[in-house]
Design a protein around this ligand. Structure first.
Ligand code: GDP
Ligand code: ZN
Length: 458
């Protein structure tokens, strides 16, 4: 299949010293040649080589830009198509000039993720890998990017493949028992079926547990800053935003519109509630009572409870402590530059196992300790372990849940001593659904697989 030639800026714009304009498609090399002047024609260049030269406006022969051009011929490229990368100076003006030139001479501006779509359409990556790249494009922090990368490298595909294989073997044994009762295969007893299905179910459940963490990594921890008026909530918000330069991630093939800014605290993406939200929670306990405010606060992944060390603990402070019991909380004792009037022993008592951190936000002091505390709290949950397969995609989550439903049906059938071929229907369905994650159920029928792998009926 041949597609038109697409192009996009594929490196961060702005500060960087070098920027890349990438082209992919059958015309990539000829388009580049039409605007390039160097020692040799790019058409004559060997694959995977890089060439110094100038970009020119063909009509006027006017030199536009000094560039290094990489020529990579398909199928040994990410898209499996011919790919040309034009490396130029990183300034916005010069990059845009190069892009414009390429667009004027036959390439079309790529949509976000279109390079990845090509890779999928051309069979370079499977569906779950393509989706992982899409997540990568949307990934907002380094850690979120790692999750996406792990998946892209095929961890999920591999694990799903393993589970499908187990199901397939199970089905095969059942088939043998149904179709070849005289065949000397191991009797797939209910107990053994139970065990195999239980194993697959357990593995799928494990993947689903990490899915929630994957979601957090992509969308950020929703973080509420609460406390009485004037304790320093806005100052805290400002300090966090100020010290943690919003992260900008740009991936090959994306354009500016998919980029979002984020507060990234040591690898933990935080979605801080806006100032309006903060104001609303200021006297939330007094307004709606402890129980109700707990409900509201429970929706946050992380709560930063700010108190003022310059004043004695008030009833309102104590109410707030009551409302956040058992949630993920960091207690911030602010204004330590002023005369201490707070009973720190009582604070520690109220805080229980929650971290207590002292700050003087007016002088941006203690923010680093707070950041350390946030990172610790978050990563002690095991999030940092890189060997877990994260699912960070709602389609995958839905499919995995469906898989569990069918396995449960099968287990149910076994318990009710249904005929084995009835049970098999659900096992087969689970196998098919898992296949949808890697996108290949459609093309290969179960029976083909059974024949090719187990040589039934030979
Ligand atoms: P909020 O009402 O809880 O959002 O509190 P603000 O962040 O608006 O702060 C209230 C006042 O306390 C402002 O005048 C801040 O400058 C001041 N403030 C905040 N943090 C500190 C601190 O650490 N020390 C001192 N002395 N003043 C602070
Ligand atoms: Zn405020």
């Amino acid at each position: 299949m041949e597609y038109d030639t697409i192009t996009a800026i594929s490196t961060p714009m702005g500060e960087g010293a070098i920027a890349i304009v990438r082209l992919s498609g059958s015309e990539a090399v000829s388009i580049a040649d039409s605007i390039y002047k160097g020692k040799i024609k790019l058409q004559d260049a060997e694959s995977h080589t890089i060439h110094y030269g100038k970009l020119i406006e063909p009509k006027t022969e006017e030199a536009v830009e000094e560039v290094m051009v990489s020529v990579m011929r398909g199928p040994r490229t990410f898209t499996r198509e011919d790919v040309v990368e034009i490396n130029c100076h990183g300034g916005i003006v010069s990059v845009n000039r190069v892009l414009q030139l390429v667009l004027n001479h036959g390439a079309r501006l790529a949509e976000p993720g279109e390079f990845t779509k090509r890779a999928f359409l051309n069979g370079r990556i499977d569906l779950s890998q393509a989706e992982a790249v899409m997540d990568l494009i949307r990934a907002k922090t380094d850690r979120a990017m790692n999750v996406a990368l792990n998946q892209m490298e095929g961890r999920l595909s591999k694990l799903v493949g393993k589970l499908r294989q187990t199901l397939l073997e199970t089905i095969a044994h059942v088939e043998v028992n149904i179709d070849y009762p005289e065949y000397d295969a191991e009797e797939m007893t209910h107990a053994l079926l139970n065990e195999k299905l239980g194993f697959v179910k357990g593995e799928v459940e494990k993947i689903l547990i990490t899915a929630q963490q994957g979601k957090i990594l992509r969308e950020g921890l929703s973080t509420a800053i609460i406390g009485r008026p004037n304790v320093g909530k806005s100052s805290l918000m400002n300090a966090l935003v100020h010290e943690n330069k919003a992260i900008v991630t740009e991936i090959a093939g994306t354009t500016r519109d998919v980029i979002e800014e984020y507060v990234n605290v040591r690898g933990v993406p935080l979605r801080l509630v806006d100032t309006a939200g903060i104001r609303e929670t200021e006297d939330i306990v007094e307004r709606i009572g402890v129980e109700k405010s707990r409900k509201v606060l429970k929706e946050s992944d992380l709560i930063l409870l700010v108190i003022n060390s310059n004043e004695p603990l008030s009833a309102e402070d104590e109410n707030l402590f009551e409302a956040v019991k058992g949630l993920d909380v960091i207690v911030i004792v602010n204004k330590t530059d002023l005369k201490p009037n707070i009973d720190m022993n009582r604070v520690k008592e109220l805080a229980g196992s929650h971290p207590v951190i002292t700050t003087s936000l007016l002088h941006e002091e203690g923010v680093d300790r707070l950041e350390e505390g946030i990172a610790q709290l978050f990563f002690q949950g095991g999030i940092e372990a890189q060997d877990i397969t994260y699912v960070s995609n709602s389609r995958h989550i839905a499919l995995l849940q469906q898989t569990i439903r069918h396995i449960d049906e099968a287990l149910n059938g076994i318990e009710m001593s249904l005929p084995i071929d009835m049970v098999q229907i659900d096992i087969t369905r689970a196998w098919e659904i898992l296949g949808e994650i890697v996108g290949d159920t459609v093309s290969e029928s179960l029976i083909d697989q059974l024949f090719s792998q187990f040589c039934l009926g030979k």
